[in-house]
Design a protein around this ligand. Structure first.
Ligand SMILES: [Mn+2]
Length: 289
């Protein structure tokens, strides 16, 4: 599938209903909107990393555009945790926003991850054993979706790891708060790194304050982690709402979620394949620039 995507692809992080930023980013990536769809002089393709909906004002417009680009063969996309939750809610008969309902059949055809010859795409974490467990599983199967809601099912944990990241509990007495001033019960680990012996703040993807802390998670708490070696192909992720001063690139892991709802910036990466991952290929777009 999509053999031609393996070498040249423009990756785009979490859009969360921010249609104007998406249009601007596509323009900056040299796509032009024409009557027959989206065009690029170099005939490049797009890879969307999930979380198209919620938070921002235009979820429907974003879904319509991403869907049409996928259907015309101009793009591929993976599911984010927000879309997966929508699918779970619809399968279990919970109320879902009526305007999103028409997109469900298409959303359910999207994969949980993509593994191309020269790159990988997943919303939050490339956790090898979870990915292996989920191989061949499809969000189109009601029985699978129901299992992902069952605490006893290994599918629930696997989906949570790859779509929401790998988390550990933060001891309350440390008083660590995130950039929004909220004390979170759990922190999201840099799942690709060996974190043994590291203090909490060095272990988390999004920084917490105060930054100085001489305690860290136990080896037991880190035992879920499966490192992502530098010898692996690059993996593109979204999900982590990175503040502007945190690097988007860490080894072979490239996080393109720059928290568009808070920081008004949508991030992309111009991937040419077989080249060293480099910050100069990052592209950012604001709606009004
Ligand atoms: Mn997410």
């Amino acid at each position: 599938m999509f053999k031609s995507f393996q070498k040249e692809i423009d990756l785009i992080g979490d859009i969360h209903g921010h249609y104007d930023e998406l249009r601007r980013l596509l323009e900056k990536m040299c796509y032009s909107f024409q009557q027959n769809g989206l065009n690029h002089l170099e005939n490049r393709k797009i890879g969307f990393l999930g979380d198209f909906i919620n938070r921002g004002p235009y979820s429907v417009k974003v879904l319509s555009l991403v869907k049409s680009l996928c259907e015309s063969g101009d793009a591929v996309a993976v599911l984010g945790n927000h879309e997966f939750r929508l699918i779970q809610n619809s399968v279990t008969g919970k109320k879902i926003p009526p305007e999103l309902e028409p997109f469900l059949p298409w959303l359910r055809t999207l994969p949980l991850f993509l593994d191309f010859e020269t790159l990988r795409m997943v919303h939050a974490a490339w956790h090898f054993s979870s990915i292996e467990l989920l191989l061949g599983k499809s969000a189109e199967e009601d029985s699978f979706i129901v299992e992902t809601l069952d605490k006893k099912s290994p599918y629930k944990q696997a989906v949570s790891r790859i779509l929401s990241g790998i988390k550990i509990r933060i001891p309350e007495e440390l008083n660590l708060i995130d950039r929004f001033g909220i004390r979170r019960p759990k922190g999201r680990l840099k799942w690709w790194k060996d974190l043994r012996g590291k203090p909490y703040n060095e272990c988390f993807i999004s920084p917490m304050t105060p930054e100085i802390c001489d305690r860290g998670p136990s080896d037991h708490e880190l035992s879920e982690l499966e490192l992502y070696p530098k010898t692996e192909k690059p993996v593109f992720i979204g999900h982590y709402c990175l503040p502007p001063h945190i690097s988007k690139i860490s080894g072979q892991v490239i996080c393109l979620d720059g928290c568009v709802t808070s920081d008004k910036t949508l991030w992309g990466y111009h991937y040419k394949g077989a080249q060293k991952i480099c910050p100069s290929y990052l592209i950012e777009a604001r709606a009004t620039e």
